[in-house]
Design a protein around this ligand. Structure first.
Ligand code: ZN
Length: 178
């Protein structure tokens, strides 16, 4: 069962890292579409697995973490295309401030969903390892490192300050005590 959870976590993280840019494929989506570059897909995935088996939850934990890493780097694009970053169907390009806000809120929501899904200390540790590996792998193809890392740390702290169902603070404390 643990092996299944690890496999689901790895696959979920890989999907989360790459799924946002499938907007390239669809002719009705502009690159950096809000549909794929926001908390929407992780939220749907959360709603699907929240009553399911632990391994399925870990798959979505990975999905959320992969998405966080992907959009954290999209906060700092190599070439800022035009005046906007995120595109919304029926609206067009969002202004830069709204785009940045949407990405940051999405990162907080994704971390929050992770907190709702993790049940054990080991889930949290596995998630943390997956986040670090995903960030390390993604950063190899990017020009920024510290700014993206800072955005992850800041949104993580904000998510930690939100009231959560699972007592994530006590899980963290028990992790620190060892
Ligand atoms: Zn992207």
């Amino acid at each position: 069962m643990i092996l299944l959870s690890v496999i689901a976590l790895v696959i979920g993280t890989a999907i989360g890292l790459s799924i946002a840019d499938v907007d390239h494929i669809f002719p009705f989506l502009t690159h950096r579409a809000a549909i794929t570059h926001s908390f929407l897909l992780p939220l749907i995935a959360y709603l699907v697995v929240r009553e399911r088996e632990p391994w399925a939850k870990m798959g979505v934990v990975g999905f959320c973490l992969g998405m966080i890493v992907h959009i954290s780097f999209d906060l700092f694009p190599r070439s800022w295309s035009g005046a906007a970053l995120i595109h919304m169907i029926g609206f067009g390009a969002l202004p830069p401030t709204a785009s940045i806000l949407l990405i940051c809120i999405s990162m907080v929501v994704c971390f929050y969903l992770v907190f709702l899904l993790v049940e054990k200390r080991t889930d949290l540790i596995a998630g943390l390892i997956a986040l670090c590996i995903a960030f390390g792998m993604a950063s190899a193809h990017e020009t920024v490192f510290w700014w993206a890392l800072l955005s992850i740390v800041v949104t993580l702290v904000i998510a930690l300050l939100l009231p959560v169902k699972t007592n994530i603070i006590s899980l963290v404390q028990s992790m620190l005590k060892g």
